[in-house]
Design a protein around this ligand. Sequence first.
Ligand SMILES: N[C@@H](CCC(=O)N[C@@H](CS)C(=O)NCC(=O)O)C(=O)O
Length: 223
Amino acid sequence: MPMEPTAAIEVIAYNWVPPLARGQVRDLRARWALEEIGLPYRTRLFDVRNKPDALYALQPFGQVPAYCEGAVQLFECGAIALHIAEKDERLLPRDPIGRGRATSWLFAALNSIDPLVLSLIVARVHGEAKGWAAGARETIVPMLEARLQRLADALGGKDWLDTRFTVADLMMVATLRAINRDLVAMPEPIAAYVARGEARPAFQAALAAQFADFIPEEQELPA
Ligand SMILES: N[C@@H](CCC(=O)N[C@@H](CS)C(=O)NCC(=O)O)C(=O)O
């Protein structure tokens, strides 16, 4: 539902990224959160190959996502997800105990898992040609696998990090799905957890909306 041209909420995203990145760009996290609570939004799109000053005005590093809602202007997917989650108890429990657990795990996704995932991506993109990718992987992969095992322990037999789905699961699943499973052994309960997140109708709607915003094949040739 929530893509709506006149919506008050605007998500800043890309209309072009390389094929490999499609489905992983982080505006997906904002879209997913909005879909979970049925809030309409529109998008403002930029081409990652050609970033104007207007993008830097919205996101100081010229990245996406950014988010505008009236006078509220946000960047960083964690801040955006938390802002959206504040609007609805379905994403963020109102009680301080549940809220504390959700925010802790939201930050854990971004601070304790994501840096290792990103390091592997940087090693692939920049380290291959320069000859340091294999060495980096040798260090990072066991660290990430140990984290994933601890995450599986924390999940226990539960479907979600708490007693029900929250914004913490949204951010954790979005982070985990960027892991290259050819390199990193993912414990079965974590793979099942990611699959559960990806099976949610709101995730599927967000993914479809991100793909719908990319420009068609014939316009993908380098400018
Ligand atoms: N810490 C930022 C990272 C944002 C980020 O890495 N965005 C990527 C897309 S997923 C991007 O815009 N990359 C293009 C670039 O850095 O030039 C967040 O989580 O929002």
